[in-house]
Design a protein around this ligand. Structure first.
Ligand SMILES: Cc1cc2nc3c(=O)[nH]c(=O)nc-3n(C[C@H](O)[C@H](O)[C@H](O)COP(=O)(O)OP(=O)(O)OC[C@H]3O[C@@H](n4cnc5c(N)ncnc54)[C@H](O)[C@@H]3O)c2cc1C
Length: 323
């Protein structure tokens, strides 16, 4: 049994940790407070919460369809029904695509896969060093931990910063651009709008999802997750911390304008800037494994912009490790 350190509790980290745990000893670390990565769920209180990143997924590959079918049967996942308004003129709606979400939150897959794994949160990996066939890993508390194997699942720019000294494969030199996204979690007074989501045709606001329509809780208020377009966020993201109020106002004003209802009282709002939300161009490689260094990388950005891409990458890495 060899020791593996997995960095990241998103779909990629959770999937690879779960697969490896059948034969190896695993410790997982994440710099965030909770699990799920870009599929995290922000809880306001017992009865209210928002899917912060991933809004839903529609499985495409046979393998991922099989995996999600099992989790639908186990009631870890469910189908998001209701009136989904597709207003985009650039993209074509595929009516066959079902919208799958977590029963409690969209980090439910990570929670399910990691239930028997040692997870350490608020632990940011700062430096990696390979010597005498061991990885010495320095975390934000300056403590150094030693493992035989290291698996990284960070967004590409963060991965490059941490590991470019060790990864010589050509993918590390590629210009993988990850678009930004600015998300606003919004609580407003109850409206009589009976819509589950809007995919807008707008330059600023891309999407709005109604959390109440996911039927996870009964709230007396309306909860909406607003997500900007990539183009707008790419221009605004570096200043978003300083201009949170302004950017929130722009997105909220747009929301009321586009849905065409009278502005109601805002009870809560939270702006979260995702610097690296997703990449649009998939690579030729699905994951990376170096058996001399015992260093692996799996992440969504190998295969494209979705949660499913991270799951596929993790399964591919598992096959490479076992070859
Ligand atoms: C706003 C937004 C909306 C989206 N909408 C959808 C959608 O509707 N459908 C869909 O399928 N996909 C969507 N996606 C994409 C989807 O969220 C990602 O494809 C998927 O979550 C990526 O999973 P991952 O495990 O590869 O990476 P991540 O989820 O990013 O996991 C990486 C983890 O590593 C941790 N980490 C990074 N560096 C370190 C470090 N140095 N030390 C410790 N921990 C570290 C991070 O905290 C993070 O938890 C969306 C993404 C965003 C941001």
């Amino acid at each position: 049994m060899s020791s593996f350190c997995v960095i990241g509790s998103g779909i990629s980290g959770a999937t690879i940790a779960n697969l490896l745990s059948k034969k190896h000893s695993i410790d997982l670390y994440d710099k965030a407070k909770g699990l799920g990565g870009r599929s995290s769920f922000k809880r306001l209180d017992k009865k209210k919460g928002f899917d912060h990143g991933t809004q839903y997924f529609s499985p495409k590959s046979m393998e991922f369809k099989k995996f999600t079918k099992k989790l639908l049967e186990k009631k870890v996942l469910k189908i998001w029904t209701g009136d989904h308004k597709f207003l985009s003129k650039k993209k074509k709606e595929n009516k066959k695509h079902i919208k799958i979400i977590g029963k409690q939150g969209n980090n439910d897959i990570s929670r399910y896969l990691l239930k028997n794994i040692r997870c350490n949160f608020q632990c940011e990996l700062k430096k990696i060093n390979f010597s005498n066939k061991k990885w010495n890993l320095t975390f934000n508390d300056r403590k150094v931990k030693t493992y035989e194997n290291l698996i990284l699942t960070c967004p590409f720019p963060q991965l490059k910063k941490l590991s470019k000294k060790y990864i010589k494969n050509s993918f590390i030199k590629e210009k993988i651009r990850m678009d930004a996204n600015i998300t606003v979690l919004l609580e407003i007074k109850k409206t009589n709008l009976n819509v589950s989501s809007f995919l807008f045709n707008d330059k600023i606001l891309g999407w709005a999802g109604c959390e109440n329509s996911k039927k996870r809780f009964k709230s007396k208020t309306d909860l909406w997750t607003l997500q900007s377009t990539f183009n707008w966020a790419n221009k605004k993201i570096n200043q978003n911390r300083a201009l949170k109020k302004t950017n929130t106002k722009i997105l909220v004003d747009k929301f009321f304008q586009l849905i065409g209802i009278k502005r109601t009282k805002i009870l809560f709002s939270l702006n979260h800037g995702w610097k690296y939300s997703s990449n649009s161009k998939p690579l030729k490689l699905k994951s990376y494994w170096n058996s001399r260094l015992n260093l692996g990388v799996c992440a969504d950005w190998f295969n494209g912009p979705r949660l499913e891409s991270g799951w596929i990458s993790a399964n591919d890495l598992y096959k490479k490790i076992n070859r």
